[in-house]
Unconditional design. Structure first.
Length: 165
């Protein structure tokens, strides 16, 4: 199965940004979470990349979702729709509104995180049924830590979807 790549990884692969610049922007995004800015929005706003570069990278992330055989049919269709719209370069929308493709991307990520969370829940239940060992306890602890991280990502995406409409 092909590993899903994050937007930042793709931007680095295309030499649109350096790993150091990505880390700097991610730290800025984390420090200013209350602004609900997506990585691409920050990169465009700060003129680190342009819209065309962002769209080129987003096309890759969407294609990864489409090509993933485990992707839900509805998510795949949303990704295909978003990819078509990016290819047609829709007109700009106000800064506080998402384009349809932007919203679709958020929904895709949200569904992916929810799916990962469900898989972790199953893993925790399965691990709890195993004989009590140090390894079992470590597996459960790691799964719970990943679950907390996913829950935070899900909450942030839900806030973004509500905020940007």
């Amino acid at each position: 199965m092909k590993k899903k790549r994050y937007l930042g990884e793709i931007l680095i692969d295309f030499n649109f940004i350096t790993p150091e610049k990505l880390e700097e922007v991610l730290q800025l995004q984390k420090a200013r979470q209350e602004e609900h800015l997506l990585l691409g929005e920050i990169l465009i706003r700060d003129k680190i990349i342009n819209q065309q570069q962002l769209e080129k990278a987003l096309k890759i992330t969407l294609q990864d979702v489409i090509d993933d055989e485990n992707t839900d049919k509805l998510i795949r269709e949303a990704a295909e729709l978003s990819l078509k719209k990016i290819n047609h370069n829709l007109e700009e929308t106000p800064d506080n509104k998402l384009t349809e493709e932007g919203r679709a991307i958020l929904v895709i990520r949200l569904k992916d995180y929810q799916s990962q969370k469900d898989d972790l829940k199953k893993s925790i239940i399965k691990n709890k049924q195993l004989k009590i060992t140090k390894f079992r306890n470590i597996m459960i602890h790691n799964s719970k830590a990943k679950m907390i991280e996913l829950e935070k990502k899900i909450q942030m995406l839900e806030r973004d979807l509500n905020f940007f409409g």
